[in-house]
Design a protein around this ligand. Structure first.
Ligand code: SRM
Ligand code: SF4
Length: 583
């Protein structure tokens, strides 16, 4: 009898096995003055270093213009003012002059020329952050509630997010040897950074733990092994009732459980993920399952055990089917709990009750428990830039220099400035208003909840516009909302340029997913709490027709809704869905 055919491992698996330190030939490319891009296998290795090779898709007709995108690590979106000042400088010197807040609370630098990437990454490390493992088959940025800690509970959650971040970093030493020890900063830049750094007296919180060693003394990584994970892995922390980090969409989530005024521990969630491929039924968005309760002391052991289950059971033969969500879906929650219990030596106790009541950011001023203030600011599609009279980039630079607030990036691509003195409030606000940024204080509950991914021209995977089209579309939807009689009411609308789901359209009240240039799949029926998946309502709708398609639904909703019923909840139940095909 023939043996069943084993599917071959993906090319990425062979690459990782061949170079477990993930160095590829990156050193050689950096040392080659005529190299204008990373090529071949290095395009995969650089991802583990937080770098994506890209080309300007607007210019493809006349040939490929290469640059890279670099992603930083910011647990819980926290960016000290000194770090922000360095990022601001770097974005002007080495990137396209903008800073992009991502849907996972990090910064991305776009349009970085090959010649600048060494200086950029070394400087990010000098600024006490890192780009290590912000992409690649590893645990990515750890998200956490973006509001500043107000008490011992919120501080403990922030501390736990940092503890887990560090424990889950890969232990390769190649990253630091290439980018930190191996790069000499350009004249002038080093001095400038040293000046900003002089005010900071702390260690880099993103230094990986020391490597393990095998019997021969060779460095190893007991968590990731030689081939790391089959695919990316995402972890988040949430504090009910606000689901601002969209916890159910993470591979692994920790939902804080507060009892008797104390942080009792966390409910563990596993198996969320949104990426799909058009026309591939083996791929689908999925919300995480609630697995059990863990104490604070257990988070590292539990986090490592969950990652090892992904490492050992994830599909290494098909990258489209390799996330832990497919292990959960196909093997079942009971199997997963038993596997986890075996690895931990005991089953987890049952999860404890929790309830999310909403998500999203508060705009304007809020007083902190310590008497200081924080300011929630709307940043359209997360892009910090200067454009005409709107000069947010300049305003934030001045604010960082004059008032040194902590910058906190939110998972809805907005920004919080925290720890502002009462006496600085008016002057800080004036800087923003003087730079044409009045909108940031009060965007309303449609713009303020909206998200769009970068898509064109930087993203190599985009099928349609997103970031550049979304503001225009959203304005039309706000008009349609007003015409239907519920203008200004909260609505979670998100758009992506392809089905990968980077701005999480699959659990929005209205999601637009790029299908082809100028065409979008319309998803409806997610909720404001981020706890229900949206469903495909209409396929390949022309961009110009979206306002009328949605406008018709808005009018129907306004006529039919129950008191207080949100649009997504109405759409989920309303008689608007095409009949299922006959059996
Ligand atoms: Fe993403 C790939 C941008 C959050 C699912 N994502 C990409 C790349 C790197 C394109 C590529 O592989 O060449 C995009 C870079 C575009 C550019 O020009 O900047 C990209 N993803 C982003 C960001 C910047 C979107 C944003 O609007 O902010 C987010 C960066 C997060 C971060 O700071 O770490 C971002 N990506 C997400 C999310 C949302 C989340 O994690 O909360 C998802 C859906 C959740 C999930 O992971 O399932 C997401 N990105 C993907 C996927 C699909 C993965 C899958 O399982 O199928 C890809 C494609 C891939 O990995 O092959 C992808
Ligand atoms: Fe690119 Fe698609 Fe992600 Fe948008 S959703 S950034 S188009 S990969």
């Amino acid at each position: 009898m023939n043996e069943p055919l084993q599917k071959p491992l993906t090319k990425n698996e062979l690459l990782k096995a061949d170079k477990p330190d993930l160095s590829g030939t990156i050193r050689e490319t950096l040392a080659n003055p005529s190299a204008d891009r990373f090529s071949g296998d290095d395009e995969q290795f650089i991802k583990f270093h937080g770098i994506y090779q890209q080309d300007d898709r607007d210019k493809r007709k006349t040939g490929k213009e290469y640059s890279v995108m670099v992603r930083t690590r910011q647990t819980g979106g926290i960016v000290p003012a000194s770090q922000y000042r360095i990022y601001d400088e770097l974005s002007g010197r080495f990137a396209n002059g903008t800073l992009r807040i991502t849907s996972r609370q990090t910064f991305q630098f776009h349009g970085v020329a090959q010649k600048g990437v060494g200086n950029l990454i070394k400087s990010i490390n000098e600024a006490l952050s890192s780009t290590l493992a912000t992409c690649g088959d590893v645990n990515r940025n750890v998200t956490a509630p973006s509001n500043p800690p107000v008490d011992a509970i919120t501080q403990a959650i922030e501390d736990d997010a940092f503890t887990l971040t560090r424990a889950l970093l890969p232990k390769t030493t190649a990253y630091h040897s290439i980018w930190v020890d191996g790069v000499q900063l350009d004249l002038g830049l080093g001095e400038k950074i040293a000046k900003v750094r002089a005010s900071v007296d702390q260690a880099n919180p993103y230094l990986p733990p020391p490597a393990d060693h095998d019997d021969s003394g060779a460095p190893t990584d007991s968590l990731y092994g030689k081939t790391y994970l089959p695919r990316k892995f995402k972890t988040g922390f949430a504090l009910p009732p606000n689901n601002d980090v969209d916890i159910f969409t993470n591979d692994m989530g920790f939902v804080a459980i507060v009892e008797g005024g104390k942080l009792a521990g966390y409910n563990l969630l596993v198996g969320g993920g949104l990426g799909t491929s058009h026309g591939n039924k083996a791929t689908y968005p999925r919300l995480a399952d609630v697995i059990g309760f863990v104490t604070r002391e257990q988070i590292v052991a539990v986090g490592e055990a969950v990652i090892k289950i992904h490492r050992d059971w994830g599909d290494r033969t098909d990258r489209r089917h390799a996330r832990i969500k497919y292990v959960l879906q196909e093997k079942g929650v009971a199997w997963f709990k038993a596997e986890l219990a075996q690895r931990l030596g005991a089953p987890l106790p049952p999860a404890r009750p929790f309830l999310f009541k909403g998500q999203g950011d508060a705009f304007g001023w809020t007083r902190q428990a310590d008497g200081h203030w924080f300011l929630g600011l709307f940043v359209e599609t997360g892009r910090i830039k200067d454009a005409g009279d709107y000069r947010l980039k300049t305003a934030l630079r001045k604010i960082a220099e004059q008032f040194a607030p902590t910058f906190r990036l939110t998972a809805t691509q907005n920004l919080i400035l925290s720890d502002v003195k009462e006496t600085d409030k008016d002057a800080l606000e004036k800087v923003l208003r003087d730079h044409g940024c009045g909108i940031v204080f009060d965007p309303g509950l449609v713009k303020g909840r909206g998200m769009a991914c970068p898509a064109l021209p930087t993203c190599g995977l985009s099928l349609a516009e997103s970031e550049r089209f979304f503001p225009t579309l959203l304005a039309k939807l706000e008009e349609a909302q007003a015409e239907a009689g519920f203008g200004g009411e909260e609505l979670v609308v998100r758009m992506t340029g392809c089905p990968n789901g980077c701005a999480r359209p699959y659990n929005a009240e209205i999601g637009f997913v790029g299908k082809a240039p100028g065409k979008y799949n319309v998803m409806l029926g997610g909720n404001r709490e981020g706890t229900r998946l949206a469903r495909l309502f209409k396929e390949s709708v022309l961009a110009d027709e979206i306002p009328s398609v949605i406008g018709t639904l808005f009018r129907q909703y306004a006529g039919e809704r129950r008191s207080g019923q949100a649009f997504g909840d109405w759409a989920n139940e309303a008689a608007i869905w095409p009949a299922p095909p006959a059996a």
